[in-house]
Write a protein that binds this ligand. Structure first.
Ligand code: GLN
Length: 489
């Protein structure tokens, strides 16, 4: 490790060195902040960089460590998607609407990271209100993929994935409503997990679609993912959707072997039209690697897969239109002061404060929920959602984990699909169903295209099977080196 720069370390490596007093959090944090300042102009991952408070937290962490009171995250520099509330620190959701919003409280996940002694280096770019799959919908700037700066990093947690891939933090938090952790992780060659609905508290997460939203970690490898899951998972009385299920030590799954494990290969995913041949080949190869490791693979069917996009793009906009009604220029956020009447104030505030994609979602959602249409759209979508859940339930009778692509194509050039929302929506086909069913899913690097763009393998499992997913991903990493490759910047 001696030839590595501190910012290049994984969380586990840095934690070891901190504990052995071969590194201080101040040196590590300085190194990460310098790295951020060296490459941020190219990558554009950050909305807010917290130079001063990060160094202060590093000083406190070093005290804890020197007193032997540190945990594995103490002194570790972490980045946070800018829709997770941070007390006293601007939380914009990459929207003009919340450009100057400073939350008066911390989200539960932030409280947990602080209690663990983690260092917060900044708030990360995203699609506005998490609506998008490319981070091009940020009101402030696009984020660039560290592997090819002309391409999207994926989204909506594009800043979170790009920052980890570019060594601008050791790990980050993202949110996933329909793929927003897994898809950017896949495009940036890092590990990302969307936990089971209810596994991690969403108190302090700015709501997009409340029946789908989950917070989760993005990291350089699977061990780090397990370490962050240990810190984040657990019941929280402040989130009524949080589940009082005991939290295992997720690192305890990173051992043993995969003998006896059965993986389902959903035929609808692998035969999907529009699946890029290089992505298909990499995923096929990954399935073979796992077979060599003792996993038995069986074909399974998820017959309602084709409806996932339609169902999601009714349910998510409906919930968004309701959640975003609070941004009216009165209670908080942007207000248009030029208006002469109350109605004009509402209209102007929401026209100027929200970007085009957010407005499109609000219109779609409001229409679908309006009198006379509710049953035809929201009601129907909810019923098909149940069928999608049943598909998974049936599949998990014959297998422990599902293997599939994360995204149909590798990262595409910035601007390529920005005027074509339907194509963007369709590219979410492999990730939406896990949110609709509430099951955990993760992305682990499984290859590169000829042009050097990362490809991710998606693992999905029954509710609360995160440990099993981590186990499969970790064994996969033990016999491959895709997760070790670095983008050159
Ligand atoms: N791409 C999907 C959307 O635009 C998913 C976003 C998300 O998971 N936050 O809604």
């Amino acid at each position: 490790m001696s030839d590595m720069k501190p910012y290049e370390f994984t969380i586990a490596q840095a934690a070891d060195m901190l504990r052995r007093h071969e590194l201080t959090s101040q040196t590590l944090t300085r190194s990460v902040l310098d790295r951020i300042h060296a490459v941020e102009d190219k990558v554009g991952a950050f909305i807010t960089i917290l130079d001063e408070s990060a160094m202060e937290q590093a000083v406190s962490a070093d005290v804890l460590i020197s007193e032997g009171r540190g945990g594995v995250l103490t002194g570790i520099p972490i980045g946070i998607k800018d829709l997770i509330c941070t007390e006293g620190i601007r939380t914009t959701c990459a929207s003009r609407m919340l450009e100057h919003f400073i939350p008066p409280y911390d989200a539960t996940v932030i409280r947990k990271l602080k209690a663990a002694g983690a260092v917060m280096v900044g708030k990360l770019n995203m699609d506005e209100f998490a609506m998008g799959a490319s981070t091009e919908n940020s009101a402030f700037k696009p984020t660039h993929n560290p592997w090819d700066l002309s391409r999207i990093p994926g989204g909506s947690s594009g800043g979170s994935a790009a920052a980890v891939a570019a060594d601008m933090c050791l790990g980050s938090l993202g949110s996933d409503t329909g793929g927003s952790i897994r898809q950017p992780s896949s495009h940036c060659g890092v590990v990302g997990m969307k936990p089971t609905y209810g596994r991690i508290s969403r108190f302090g997460l700015v709501a997009f679609a409340s029946s789908l939203d989950q917070i989760g970690p993005i990291t350089k490898d699977t061990r780090d993912c397990a370490l962050l899951m240990n810190a984040l998972a657990g019941y929280d009385s402040m989130d009524s959707t949080s589940v009082p299920e005991p939290v295992p030590d997720y690192t305890s799954f990173l051992s043993g072997d995969l003998k006896g494990m059965v993986a389902g290969i959903p035929k609808e995913y692998h035969a999907s039209q529009g699946l890029d041949p290089e992505v298909a080949a990499a995923v096929r190869q990954a399935v073979q690697t796992l077979e060599h490791l003792g996993v038995r693979c069986v074909e399974v069917s998820l017959p309602h897969t084709a409806y996932a996009v339609a169902v999601y793009y009714v349910i998510a906009p409906c919930e968004a239109s309701s959640n975003l009604a609070r941004y009216d220029g009165v209670k908080y956020g942007f207000r248009d002061v030029s208006a002469e009447s109350l109605m004009d104030m509402y209209r102007n505030t929401r026209s100027k404060g929200f970007g085009p994609e957010v407005q499109r979602r609000i219109l779609l959602g409001t229409y679908s929920l309006s009198s006379g249409y509710y049953d035809a759209y929201y009601g129907k979508a909810s019923r098909v959602r149940t069928l999608i859940m049943e598909d998974f339930k049936a599949a998990f009778k014959t297998c422990d984990v599902l293997l599939s692509p994360v995204a149909p194509t590798p990262a595409y050039p910035i601007g390529q699909h920005i005027d074509d929302p339907l194509t963007m929506y369709l590219s979410d086909i492999f990730t939406l169903s896990a949110n609709l069913a509430g099951i955990p899913g993760m992305s682990v690097p499984c290859g590169f295209t000829e042009q050097g763009l990362p490809i991710g393998l998606q693992l999905m499992g029954p509710h609360f099977s995160e440990g099993n997913l981590l186990k499969v991903a970790w064994h996969f990493e033990q016999s491959t080196d895709f997760h070790k490759r670095k983008a050159t910047l």
